[in-house]
Design a protein around this ligand. Structure first.
Ligand code: GTQ
Ligand code: FE2
Length: 373
């Protein structure tokens, strides 16, 4: 008996060695990564960045580098230690805060990675996207779809600051990243200013001769005034238990997401709103455009105020609170929803216990305050 057992072990050891050398791997020995028993769980931590840290750092960066040959962009990437060494807030999206000072030009280039910009501060600088000059005003969303020439120029008297969101980690993982510098400083304008807004900006009308629908929104700028009005109108009649008054920016040619890889939302949290918790397979990077409040993520309370950023990993329970009794809070966010929807990977669950509200077990500072050191 003992002899038979020993020989069987020997036979299987030889077998495992042989299949490995033949470029094969026995599936029954693979350790399956991921959550057990089909229960999703956040694979990494959420993260929070305060506006005061970002703004102070941008001011210091302005004294150190200029956009141009030495620094293609003066942008500070937001890094979540939970996805290190990727310098990004989530495993699919990068985010940065970029500043262009009066008189400066960030030269044109193009890349297969798509970008969104959400304008934070300043008024009237231009981002040039494939020959269309787009003027920037706080609250505007501007798209830079993949492989479009783009550069930025500030001819105003004040610094221009915005959020960049890109699909860099996703495109890198697909080995589909390509980059090309423009041989001159700025790719020239071939269209009138805000051309695509004149064409599609009404939101509910399109030129009759425009028949095609494309996965990339032909409208490249979504002005704040219309966004705010739409949210205030929706707030009068309806809301989501999980996101309060939340709207997705839409591609006017399809009604779907604005880009194939990135979605964008604006959320109005009404005064004293406290949403119910849920979790989903997508990840989201938030910028607090107006207001102050908290988001509870897997029992950890992130307090946020105007200008702050925070990132939600996949499958974390989360609920939002507006702490003001008089003012709405406006949260901009970008996400990887289009990817999950088109691949059939989107999942969502509601938090069933305690009336949909988590127990707060720690503050963000207490749980993660020193995680960057
Ligand atoms: O402004 O073109 O934050 O290409 C990262 C990569 C901004 C930009 C970023 C970019 C840009
Ligand atoms: Fe770029």
């Amino acid at each position: 008996m003992a002899i038979e057992q020993a020989s069987l072990t020997e036979i299987s050891d030889v077998f495992y060695r042989d299949v490995q050398s033949l470029g094969m791997s026995p599936l029954w020995r693979s350790t399956q990564p991921g959550p057990r028993d089909g229960v999703p769980a956040a694979p990494y931590q959420p993260c929070h960045w305060s506006w005061s840290d970002i703004e102070r750092s941008l001011v210091r960066a302005a004294a150190i580098v200029k956009p141009g040959p030495e620094a293609e962009r003066r942008a500070l990437q937001l890094c979540n230690p939970g996805v290190a060494p990727s310098p990004s807030p989530t495993h699919t999206l990068t985010a940065a805060v970029q500043m262009v000072m009066p008189g400066e030009i960030a030269p044109s280039h193009r890349h297969t990675m798509a970008a969104i910009r959400f304008i934070i501060q300043g008024d009237g600088a231009i981002t040039m996207v494939n020959g269309e000059p787009l003027s920037m005003t706080p609250g505007d969303l501007i798209l830079t779809p993949g492989w479009c020439w783009h550069g930025h120029i500030n001819r105003t008297e004040a610094p221009m600051i915005w959020m960049d969101g890109l699909d860099v980690p996703l495109v890198r993982s697909l080995k589909a990243g390509l980059y090309e510098g423009y041989p001159d400083e700025l790719h020239p304008a071939t269209k009138p200013i805000d051309h695509s807004v004149s064409r599609y900006g009404s939101g509910h009308l399109r030129p009759v001769w425009e028949q095609t629908s494309t996965k990339i929104s032909p409208m490249l700028k979504f002005p704040w005034a219309q966004t705010e009005q739409s949210l205030r109108d929706l707030a009068k009649v309806d809301s989501s238990p999980f996101d309060d008054v939340a709207m997705q920016y839409t591609n006017p040619s399809t009604g779907g997401h604005v880009l194939p890889t990135m979605g964008c939302w604006m959320q109005l949290l009404r005064p004293e709103a406290h949403t119910r918790a849920h979790r989903h397979s997508t990840c989201h990077v938030y910028h607090v455009f107006r207001g102050s409040g908290s988001t509870i993520v897997d029992g950890v309370q992130i307090d946020w105020k105007q200008g702050d950023f925070f990132a939600l990993p996949p499958d974390c329970w989360h609920e939002h609170l507006n702490r003001s009794s008089s003012e709405p809070a406006f949260l901009f966010s970008t996400n990887d929803l289009p990817v999950f929807e088109s691949l059939g990977l989107y999942r969502e669950d509601a938090y069933a216990e305690r009336d949909g509200h988590q127990e707060v077990v720690a503050s963000y500072a207490a749980r993660y305050g020193d995680s960057r050191n």
